[in-house]
Design a binder for this molecule. Structure first.
Ligand SMILES: NC(=O)c1ccc[n+]([C@@H]2O[C@H](COP(=O)([O-])OP(=O)(O)OC[C@H]3O[C@@H](n4cnc5c(N)ncnc54)[C@H](OP(=O)(O)O)[C@@H]3O)[C@@H](O)[C@H]2O)c1
Length: 332
């Protein structure tokens, strides 16, 4: 269950209430941390501030997400480019990142691991095992100084990372190598991301604060128990795709009733942005706002008769449950 203090604050925010009820109906996450604020949004338990980090950070994998992290860290002055490293098997990507951001590039993941204090695993999930084994099987693998491993790989549990990285280490060294799992989403690429994070038992408050600062530079973040990361993956991780599907459907609907495609797209996107802004600024529930624009016998009511007949809401709920189940299966 959501802890008492947090749940009462959630209930105070009308537009969150339906979500809270829905979570109660299915399964509710344990909510450990806070979310970063933005006027008119979820700013109820914010406790941190953006801190300067005097550490070297390295990214294994310089693809879309690796670049999004690098760009956000530099833009928000969390670290200077001289403290940022990337390694990748793709030399072209390394050259692009070096020339765009002035950061250091390495072609050797093991060298990056030994050079950096914070190591972000930003390769595809299917490459994670190979990258971790490369690190843990290097000759003389030891953890002399405190490090922090951050994985953003979807569906890779902390246990899998620990199994490989901790196997050759004694308990004293394991403590020096905390691991934090992060589930970001694609709007992070435009600094409007929503991430969930979960830390293992060796992560200190400072480790969590550092990762939170980095994620806050790219949007919002909430800390969860790891068992809830599948639900986070299903909601905010896959969520942008559901929204794109809704946008696609509205545009097609507009075209079907006779609009030019470009006008249908403009009307849809502006309506979506406006509806979210209205909900946040009025701080009213989506249900109430929907009822306010649904006059008896009117056009919106005619639309909802069709949506309800086709059980669209139920389908979305079931789709999110299916995504959560699939994430659980993939995590093993
Ligand atoms: N993109 C998203 O929306 C999103 C959202 C949430 C989580 N994530 C997670 O973020 C991670 C990265 O995703 P992405 O979209 O950034 O992937 P990506 O664009 O494919 O980037 C991964 C990079 O890693 C390189 N690479 C592959 N094997 C490597 C190895 N052994 N050592 C070093 N580099 C290696 C790839 O090179 P090649 O291209 O040559 O293989 C590529 O440049 C994934 O685990 C994903 O689950 C992504």
């Amino acid at each position: 269950m959501i802890s008492q203090d947090v749940s009462s604050k959630i209930i105070d925010m009308p537009y969150i209430k339906p979500l809270f009820i829905c979570l109660n109906r299915f399964r509710v996450q344990r909510f450990r941390g806070s979310i970063n604020p933005e006027p008119g949004t979820l700013n109820f338990i914010y406790g941190g501030s953006m801190s300067e980090i005097n550490k070297k950070i390295g990214f294994i994998g310089a693809g879309n997400m690796g670049e999004a992290f690098v760009g956000a860290i530099i833009k928000s002055n969390i670290l200077s480019p001289s403290m940022i490293y990337v390694s990748d098997i793709n030399k072209d990507r390394l050259n692009v990142l070096r020339s765009s951001y002035g950061i250091s590039v390495l072609s050797d993941n093991v060298e990056l691991f030994s050079t950096c204090d914070i190591i972000v695993l930003a390769v595809k999930p299917q490459h994670i095992g190979q990258v971790l084994s490369q690190i843990a099987e290097q000759k003389g693998y030891k953890i002399h100084n405190q490090k922090l491993v951050v994985s953003i790989a979807a569906g890779i549990p902390l246990r899998k990372i620990e199994d490989i990285l901790y196997a050759p280490l004694d308990e004293k060294s394991r403590i020096k190598l905390p691991v934090i799992r992060v589930m970001p989403n694609t709007p992070a690429l435009v600094l409007a991301g929503m991430a969930g994070m979960s830390a293992n038992r060796h992560a200190s408050d400072d480790d969590i604060k550092i990762v939170r600062s980095i994620l806050e530079a790219m949007g919002k973040v909430i800390e969860f128990n790891e068992e809830d990361i599948d639900a986070v993956t299903a909601l905010s991780g896959s969520g942008p795709a559901y929204v794109f599907y809704f946008i696609e459907s509205m545009i097609e609907g507009g075209i079907c009733v006779g609009l030019e495609p470009n006008y249908a797209a403009t009307l849809t996107i502006a309506t979506l942005k406006g509806a979210v802004k209205l909900m946040e600024e009025l701080n009213e529930s989506p249900e109430l706002l929907r009822r306010k624009v649904t006059s008896p016998g009117g056009t919106t009511e005619a639309a909802f008769k069709v949506l309800d007949k086709n059980q669209v809401k139920q389908s979305i709920i079931e789709a999110i449950a299916a995504a959560a189940n699939r994430s659980k299966e993939l995590s093993g």
